[in-house]
Design a protein around this ligand. Structure first.
Ligand SMILES: Cc1cc2nc3c(=O)[nH]c(=O)nc-3n(C[C@H](O)[C@H](O)[C@H](O)COP(=O)(O)OP(=O)(O)OC[C@H]3O[C@@H](n4cnc5c(N)ncnc54)[C@H](O)[C@@H]3O)c2cc1C
Length: 454
């Protein structure tokens, strides 16, 4: 029987980052990964991370002719009719995912973490009803590992979290088909050098974007949709009718999904932590989850390392600061953004164009906040200005009353979500009462899947 301090399930970005942070504090970590070392991280080619996040999370830098694909600064987001651009100022680094994950695995290994590939989590080990480790299978053989904490970083399948008994302390829901964002990436070559891409463009209305790909003549055309890839294709066709793209040839197409739902109310239980896509820690505006998860994992590592130093069983009560500190650092803002976006996207193309023209919701400030994971703040003066503009829009027949109602409901829900998460319980005792309020709130918001291109 193996014995470690921490067992991590899943060796991609979330699992590797947590393993490194635990191992560098001198604690033992075993990471089990279902895939072979060669196939790990190949579900996507290019992914992006804001350049500032490398310093923020002390991440290893990608290198030319290896995992680094490109770096670019600045971007613009346009209305449904390709007008009224808003700036998105960040500098972004594009990387080849499987190579960067290999770098992260090595980075964690250098600190002492041990990786086992082709090893699939099967179940938890319990003693007196509390988790004390897990069972995994490798080459048809069962292995038991005692661990003080099992961290589920297994992505959307959430293999460990879903295996928790009902009432253990972390919800064991499956991330359903309607709770995922379906992303299709077209890797294309542009025919005319005049069109080569140097930064990024986005069209919020179609959830569509154009980004560099790494080589000068190539670009990535991405589209995301709430229901299915087919829905994304329909939206992409509508986008191409409305927005004139450069002439291109498709090199290849990639598809994948990302969680698009609220995270579990608690990330911790006795001997257990969930993070990454398994905890739905993706940006509500873009579905990006790599460094969004690290906000929580950085806190988690600090708390867990301290508890390991103190000794004793790692209970839910002792892990609770992970919940409270994460909610304050990012969870509250993400909840507000999610609740706002449910209403703010329910418009026609003409209405979206009007909003961009008049900086109603879709302003430089909003895109900066979405990019940085900050709360969407609409001070009283700004609300009054938007109300006057919208009244004018209704008067001139450019806006429907129902759209304004839905937009206002979205903004109101955003504020309610932030207030709800601002009252997140500081310890376990207020949790059950808080969940009842939270359930009622999210039910009243409706579903993200309801908002699509009209
Ligand atoms: C098309 C697309 C583009 C994206 N682009 C970006 C981007 O540019 N920037 C960004 O930040 N985010 C992006 N995202 C989101 C991002 O990919 C995810 O949020 C992030 O990769 C999740 O990391 P993770 O480590 O939580 O999970 P995963 O990367 O899914 O890793 C989970 C790991 O767990 C392993 N596992 C599963 N089951 C078991 C088991 N039973 N036992 C052991 N191991 C198991 C899996 O094999 C896998 O290696 C994109 C998503 C998509 C679909």
């Amino acid at each position: 029987m193996e014995q470690v301090d921490i067992l991590v399930v899943g060796a991609a970005t979330a699992g590797s980052y947590f393993a490194r942070k635990i191992a560098e504090a001198g604690h033992s970590v075993l990471v089990i990964e279902k895939l072979t070392k060669e196939s790990l991280g190949r579900r996507l080619d290019i992914f992006h991370v804001a350049k500032a996040d490398f310093a923020r999370f002390e991440l290893p830098l990608p290198e030319k002719n290896d995992d680094l694909a490109f770096e670019f600064s600045g971007g613009r987001t346009f209305s449904a009719f390709d007008r009224y651009p808003k700036n998105t100022p960040a500098t972004v680094v594009g990387m080849h995912m499987y190579r960067y994950i290999a770098r992260l695995n090595n980075w964690a290994r250098e600190a002492g973490a041990v990786f086992v590939y082709g090893a699939a989590f099967l179940d938890f080990l319990y003693e007196n009803g509390r988790i004390i480790g897990a069972v995994y299978e490798q080459n048809g053989e069962r292995h038991e590992v005692y661990a003080k904490l099992v961290a589920d970083c297994s992505g959307i399948p959430s293999v460990a979290r879903r295996n928790l008994p009902v009432g253990y302390g972390v919800e064991n829901f499956a991330i359903s088909n309607t709770e995922q964002f379906y992303v299709t990436l077209r890797y294309v070559v542009y025919h005319d050098p005049m069109d080569y891409v140097k930064s990024t463009r986005g069209w919020t209305y179609y959830k569509t974007w154009e980004a560099p790909e790494g080589s000068a003549d190539s670009a990535i055309l991405g589209v995301g949709a709430n229901y299915s890839y087919d829905e994304g294709e329909k939206v992409f066709a509508a986008f191409e009718r409305a927005v004139k793209l450069p002439r291109y040839t498709v090199k290849r197409i990639e598809r994948g999904t990302t969680p698009y739902r609220r995270p579990p109310y608690s990330f911790v239980a006795d001997g257990f932590l969930v993070s990454g896509d398994a905890a739905c820690l993706t940006k509500p505006s873009a579905g990006e989850g790599v460094t969004a998860s690290m906000v929580q994992l950085e806190i988690a590592a600090e708390v867990v390392n301290r508890l390991l130093d103190e000794g004793g069983y790692v209970t839910r009560a002792r892990l609770w600061p992970i919940n409270t500190r994460y909610v304050a650092a990012q969870g509250k803002a993400f909840a507000g953004q999610l609740a706002t976006l449910i209403g703010a996207m329910s418009s026609t193309a003409e209405e979206n164009d009007f909003f961009f023209q008049h900086d109603v919701i879709f302003s430089d400030k909003t895109f900066a906040a979405l990019g940085n994971g900050e709360p969407l703040a609409f001070p009283a003066g700004e609300l009054l200005r938007m109300a006057a503009v919208m009244a004018g829009g209704v008067f001139t027949g450019k806006l429907r009353v129902s759209t304004i109602r839905s937009l206002l409901r979205g903004m109101q829900n955003g504020s309610r979500a932030e207030a709800l998460y601002a009252s997140y319980p500081t310890n376990e005792s207020g949790y059950d009462a808080w969940i009842i309020r939270a359930e009622a709130f999210w039910k009243s918001c409706g579903s993200m899947a309801e908002n699509t291109v009209k």
